[in-house]
Write a protein that binds this ligand. Structure first.
Ligand code: CP
Length: 294
């Protein structure tokens, strides 16, 4: 019914179809619904890129956008997530975009409402539209995923994009390896080869750096910013040893000088701002898919 909760639940054919439509939107495709439609953006966690790229996508598609703010809503009076989404359904929202700190929050609500839910990030669970925009960015560069060497590096344990990306890239034929502090690899080290960046980076086509999620570390960090950068980050010296056509991805926000050197954020092989631009095209495709039933 047009919902998008995780990519794990989706076939590679369906993922490829969404990427194809996103590529058309990126090339200027236009689409408008046949009638007046409303979409509600419910963000229970901070966001800049996801929230506002959904809003740009929705407004460009001619939708009415209901922009929910938890601080000024009846959540402050104790209203639950379920009653909040049922309220939006009752007043006429045709689809919901939700970011929430609880993993799998959608499992409690998806059977209780008839309108599609688009997951804009759940705890450290999933972030399917981020994965799709990462895939679109890789596809634009290399055309195919088959045989690509991809390293996912950094705070995998707390990341909501690492799991989806590792799984979907593998299903699409890429060779995924992981790097970073060993204790942040829990849940990945059996399925994916753990590598040292100094050994593997020169062979990689894509390095996907992940933000250190300080907000999920309970304030405890074993490394100073500088020592993390030197041990596990993309330093200028490491970048110099990358293949000439290899690219750098990062979902952002970036901790400049930590996951990667400040100078590399906008270097020739960085696609970090391209990822954000692609986020609008991907979200147009995902929103259009959700509204297909109308
Ligand atoms: N990449 C990403 O999800 O960024 P925001 O948290 O700013 O939405």
């Amino acid at each position: 019914r047009g919902e998008l909760l995780t990519l794990e639940a989706m076939s590679t054919v369906e993922i490829s179809n969404i990427l194809q439509e996103a590529a058309h939107f990126a090339s200027g495709k236009e689409w408008r619904p046949n009638k007046e439609l409303f979409i509600a953006n419910l963000f229970f966690e901070p966001s800049t890129r996801t929230r506002y790229s959904f809003e740009v996508a929705e407004k460009t598609l001619g939708l009415h956008v209901l922009s929910f703010s938890e601080e000024s809503s009846s959540v402050q009076k104790g209203e639950s997530l379920l009653d909040t989404v049922k309220t939006f359904e009752a007043i006429g929202a045709n689809a919901l975009v939700i970011r929430h700190p609880e993993n799998d929050y959608y499992e409690h609500i998806r059977q209780q409402v008839q309108i599609p839910i688009i997951n804009a990030g759940d705890g450290n669970g999933h972030h399917p539209t981020q994965s799709l925009l990462d895939l679109l960015t890789i596809q634009q560069e290399f055309s195919s995923f088959s045989g690509l060497n991809v390293i996912i590096a950094g705070d995998l344990r707390h990341s909501r994009v690492a799991r989806s990306n590792a799984d979907v890239l593998t299903r699409l034929g890429a060779k995924v390896k992981i790097a970073g502090p060993k204790e942040w690899m829990a849940g990945y080290d059996e399925a994916y080869q753990y590598v040292n960046l100094d050994d593997e980076l020169p062979k990689a086509d894509v390095i996907m750096l992940l933000r250190i999620q300080h907000e999920r570390h309970d304030g405890k960090m074993e490394w100073s910013k500088e020592s993390y950068h030197q041990q596990f980050g993309l330093t200028i010296e490491r970048e110099n040893r990358m293949k000439s056509n290899a690219i750098i991805l990062h979902p952002a926000p970036v901790n400049r000088g930590v996951e990667l050197a400040n100078e590399l954020v906008e270097c020739g092989r960085s696609r970090i701002f391209k990822q954000m631009k692609n986020g609008v095209a991907v979200r147009k495709a995902v929103v259009r898919r959700a509204l297909d039933q109308y």
